[in-house]
Design a protein around this ligand. Structure first.
Ligand SMILES: *Cc1c(COP(=O)(O)O)cnc(C)c1O
Length: 386
């Protein structure tokens, strides 16, 4: 492909001396596990996000896992989440023996639909799958938490979700793996709910050069618990084990790589916003094309720039022929995945997710995409769509 889907090279070229200097410093001091760069990054992340505690960890998946473990989630617990997401969101729930309860998404924002969440809570409460599709054959479940996913970088509807969560005594775990850097009514993504989780996978808006992630919370007790859990449940001393945990630390080298990237992140987010606005301008008039709706008060981190079209496959083929890479997130919603077949969902149980999976596609998106390329890509879409 002539054009990269996500261009990491231009950023590296820009930051190379600083990244190498930071990595060299780690090689020189040799504190590869929980070295000073991890502390420094955590302080910077907390300040950026506006939360009391930012804690580095080994991946976005482990960030979600740590947050669930800190809430004591286990067998018999119901965790509500959208099926239109990356598998990790539901995987961690199942890994702990709890049950993912799928809640369909909104057809305009592609995020969890609060009205569907209300119905799912009611259905579970009454044990009546006639009110809303529920997982089959799992017995009595206790509603414990909800994991809204900020899909493609756009925050979910936290005001509506939090009010439902409060009414039902649920915790809210924000899956901000795609939205870190995004804004929801002046607040940074990661800071919503009781705890936020993000990923520093290389292709995410803020990515390292391997796996990494972080959890965010204002709750001191939860923060201490997650710090213990990511280090084999350690107590006051390294070899005191107070609880069952995991090996879930963020590498010092990855923290060293993230520091210079975080320093230019705000500028890159502005650049992403400019790219998205330019795409929007050029693509909004294309017949039959629907863009992801961005509600008032929200600013996406634009992990992906996505749209819906009936002729998705034809558009994808035309772009491929023109040397323009595209992707489909997600071709199969989680309620249709073999890994969750035991939950007994039917495809039509989540009609919006099913429809999105058939019509959605994503275009190249990164902060260094120039106007000429955006125009070329948009023209190719417009040509193939008609
Ligand atoms: C990427 C992603 C994750 C997992 O992050 P990793 O760092 O790859 O483990 C979780 N949830 C969503 C929505 C993601 O996009």
């Amino acid at each position: 492909m002539r054009i990269p889907f996500i261009d990491l090279k231009q950023q590296f070229h820009r930051l190379e001396p600083e990244i190498r200097r930071r990595m060299d410093a780690v090689l020189a001091h040799g504190q590869f596990i929980l070295g000073p760069e991890v502390d420094e990054l955590e302080r910077e992340l907390a300040a950026f996000t506006g939360v009391r505690h930012a804690i580095g960890c080994s991946s976005g998946t482990d960030a979600l896992l740590l947050a669930l473990m800190a809430h004591g989630v286990g067998p018999g617990d119901a965790i509500f989440l959208p099926p239109f997401t990356f598998v990790a969101t539901a995987e961690v729930v199942a890994l702990l023996g709890a049950t993912p309860v799928f809640v369909d998404v909104d057809p305009e924002t592609f995020n969890i639909d609060p009205e569907a969440l209300r119905l799912a809570l009611r259905a579970l409460d009454m044990g009546d799958p006639g009110k809303y599709p529920l997982p089959a054959g799992v017995g009595r479940l206790t509603p414990r938490g909800v994991i809204p996913v900020d899909i493609f970088g756009l925050s979910a509807d936290y005001a509506a979700i939090q009010s439902l969560a409060d009414k039902h005594g649920l915790f809210v775990l924000q899956d901000a793996a795609q939205s870190f850097g995004g804004l929801y009514h002046g607040k940074r993504c990661g800071a919503m709910g009781h705890v936020g989780a993000t990923s520093f996978f290389p292709a995410k808006p803020l990515g390292c050069y391997g796996d990494g992630g972080a959890v965010f919370t204002d709750d001191d007790e939860l923060a201490a618990l997650m710090r213990s859990l990511l280090f084999h449940g350690k107590g006051g001393h390294k070899y005191d084990n107070d609880r069952i945990g995991i090996n879930g630390r963020l590498d010092t080298l990855q923290a060293a790589i993230l520091l210079p990237k975080l320093a230019i992140f705000t500028e890159e987010l502005d650049a992403r916003q400019r790219v998205a606005e330019r795409y929007t301008e050029l693509l909004a008039p294309v017949p039959g094309l629907t863009l992801q709706a961005i509600p008032q008060g929200c600013r996406s981190a634009w992990a992906q720039f996505s749209f819906l079209h009936e002729r998705r496959d034809a558009i994808q083929q035309a772009l491929h022929a023109a040397g323009i890479p595209t992707a489909v997130y997600y071709p199969k919603p989680l309620h249709m995945q073999k890994a969750f077949a035991n939950l007994g969902y039917r495809p039509e149980d989540m009609p919006v997710s099913l429809d999105l999976s058939r019509r959605i596609m994503s275009l190249p998106m990164h902060p260094y995409l120039d106007d000429a390329l955006i125009a070329e890509i948009s023209a190719a879409v417009a040509g193939a769509a008609s």
